[in-house]
Design a binder for this molecule. Structure first.
Ligand SMILES: [Zn+2]
Length: 243
């Protein structure tokens, strides 16, 4: 795939603007931006942005007819069944909002995003595989359950006592062993922007594997430096995980 002259010019400028603080994260999110610029996907998202730099990129990509803007990050959907009553789980649910930068092909998606969306809705707009979207929710649910159990054990089951313990930043030891899907995704699929689920990580020709090779081809053809950087991140992560 080749970029027309105007898109190439915008990409040359946008690729150097650091939006996310962490360089690997930033590089990965730039792949998302590129995929929208060439029409491969309809939506891209940068989390934890630097606002002045975001403004630069917004101006650049708006000139291509895309709709770019800052809006709230997707929120946790909290749709799972919990073993704990709602008055307890509510104490632990974080509904604070951060800003991200969104880039959309069409205005309907932009309108929906501006009205506030959950991670499930965002995952679909961003083209993430449903199996990985579901797994992400499960991960949140398991972590919440582990946190709630630890607090219940230490502070009892009165929601006010629990809320006070959290407000006072009282520490508890949470018995939760995070599965290493994030580094494994980086090692196996360095060109995708989501965390792959276990089945995508263990089988052949999975939805994540297909996306990864699609994005890799795109980046290799347009920006070999970005390609080599992310491929290198993948190899380095694989060496750390499987020495
Ligand atoms: Zn998956």
């Amino acid at each position: 795939m080749r970029l027309d002259k105007k898109t190439r010019k915008v990409w040359e400028q946008a690729r150097t603007v650091l939006l996310a603080e962490h360089p690997q994260h930033d590089a990965s999110e730039h792949v998302g931006l590129l995929s929208v610029m060439v029409g491969l996907r309809s939506v891209a998202l940068f989390l934890d942005i630097d606002e002045p730099n975001a403004t630069k990129v917004i101006r650049l990509v708006n000139a291509l007819g895309l709709t770019a803007f800052t809006a709230n990050d997707p929120t946790v959907a909290y749709k799972w069944e919990s073993a704990h009553p709602p008055e307890i789980t509510e104490v632990f649910r974080d509904r604070s909002l951060c800003k991200g930068m969104w880039v959309c092909q069409n205005r309907n998606d932009a309108r929906l995003i501006r009205s506030g969306i959950t991670q499930i809705e965002a995952g679909r707009l961003l083209g993430y595989p449903q199996c990985c979207i579901d797994r992400n929710q499960r991960r949140h649910a398991d972590f919440e359950d582990a946190v709630v159990r630890s607090y219940l054990q230490k502070f009892g089951s009165d929601p006010d006592d629990l809320a006070r313990a959290i407000a006072e930043e009282r520490k508890v030891l949470v018995n939760y062993d995070p599965v290493n899907e994030t580094p494994r995704t980086r090692a196996q699929f360095p060109f995708v922007q989501h965390v792959a689920c276990e089945s995508c990580l263990t089988a052949e020709d999975t939805p994540t594997a297909v996306l990864n090779s699609e994005y890799e081809q795109l980046v290799a053809g347009i920006d070999p430096i970005l390609h080599d950087y992310l491929a290198g991140v993948g190899k380095a992560t694989a060496r750390e995980l499987f020495p």
